[in-house]
Write a protein that binds this ligand. Structure first.
Ligand code: CO
Length: 311
């Protein structure tokens, strides 16, 4: 659940009083570092932008990777991501515009459509495919990988398929619209709860010059990724964060983000750091090299999938 509870024991603490407390007590988060998305070829030949990944561990702990796929040219994405395994992580696919057909070794099959979110816990192992469909206009989506703690890496796989209509879209102020995928804004919770790793995931649209101020839990990892437009991500930011750039925040108990002259679309993501060792091999992320070797041996031997063995 959400961070407000972690800054005071009084659950009725109102937002304005919280802000006053925040001004006295802690601080608005500043930017620690920016990460510009890099063009990458993935899957069977999909052109995408990698915001962070393998080389940034452990900067974003508990988050491992963020990919932004977006193009108006189907040649950039139609090759898709044919059958591949995952173990030890969750993948969160958020389609802003466009469609991805998926199928997996549990027997799930469906289409993630514009505005939908698929929160998949790979746990002990899943095989799946993710195939973007030809789309009129600009296809636009994000995939975030959330690490699982050692104690949950081999948990049973599960899916949360969330339809666009189940995601609260709140006009929290004039020119400030927030979709709550998980976490809480103005007392409204997102549809994805009971996550292994507490995560808040918001999608924010700001009109030019508008500001979004939001409490975040001290000690959590928080980043904002600007999808389009530009924004000043902290009150003392020397320059605006441009589109296709992530700002990783320093510690503090709130963020304060102001859109540039073209407005801004960004996701704001926060989570509890795990502080564990990361052993990462392609689509599999474990704690030790030994666990990684075992996973690849099981893949070769056809014993990778643990689910479906039960009745
Ligand atoms: Co995948």
């Amino acid at each position: 659940m959400y961070p407000l509870g972690t800054v005071g024991s009084n659950p009725t603490l109102s937002a304005p009083r919280f802000r006053a407390w925040g001004l006295r007590g802690m601080s608005v988060r500043q930017i620690r570092r920016e990460y510009r998305a890099q063009p990458t070829l993935e899957g069977a030949g999909v052109r995408l932008s990698r915001v962070f990944g393998y080389h940034q561990v452990p900067d974003f702990d508990p988050f491992l990777l963020l990919d932004h796929f977006g193009s108006d040219n189907p040649d950039d994405y139609m090759a898709g991501f044919p059958w591949h395994p995952h173990r030890g992580i969750e993948t969160v696919t958020y389609m802003i515009a466009g469609e991805v057909e998926h199928g997996d070794s549990i027997g799930n099959k469906g289409v993630i459509r514009s505005g939908d979110v698929q929160w998949m816990t790979a746990g002990g192992g899943i095989l799946h495919q993710e195939m973007p469909q030809r789309y009129e206009g600009t296809m636009n989506g994000l995939q975030l990988w959330v690490n699982l703690p050692a104690s949950e890496k081999m948990t049973d796989p599960r899916y949360r398929d969330v339809l666009a209509g189940q995601i609260p879209a709140l006009d929290v102020a004039d020119g400030v619209r927030v979709k709550v995928l998980s976490g809480e804004v103005d007392g409204r919770s997102g549809p994805v709860h009971d996550l292994v790793v507490s995560t808040e995931y918001l999608d924010v649209e700001l009109e030019p010059g508008r500001t979004f101020a939001h409490p975040v839990a001290p000690g959590w990892t928080v980043f904002g990724y600007v999808r389009a437009g530009s924004a000043s991500m902290a009150p003392s930011a020397e320059q605006e964060t441009r589109a296709r750039t992530a700002a990783l925040f320093a510690d503090g108990d709130s963020v304060r983000i102001t859109a540039g002259s073209q407005g801004a679309s960004f996701v704001l993501v926060s989570g509890t750091p795990l502080g564990e060792k990361v052993a990462w091999g392609g689509p599999i992320v474990m704690n030790t090299e030994k666990e990684l070797d075992l996973a690849f041996r099981e893949l070769e031997q056809g014993t990778f999938i643990k689910h479906g063995q039960r009745e």
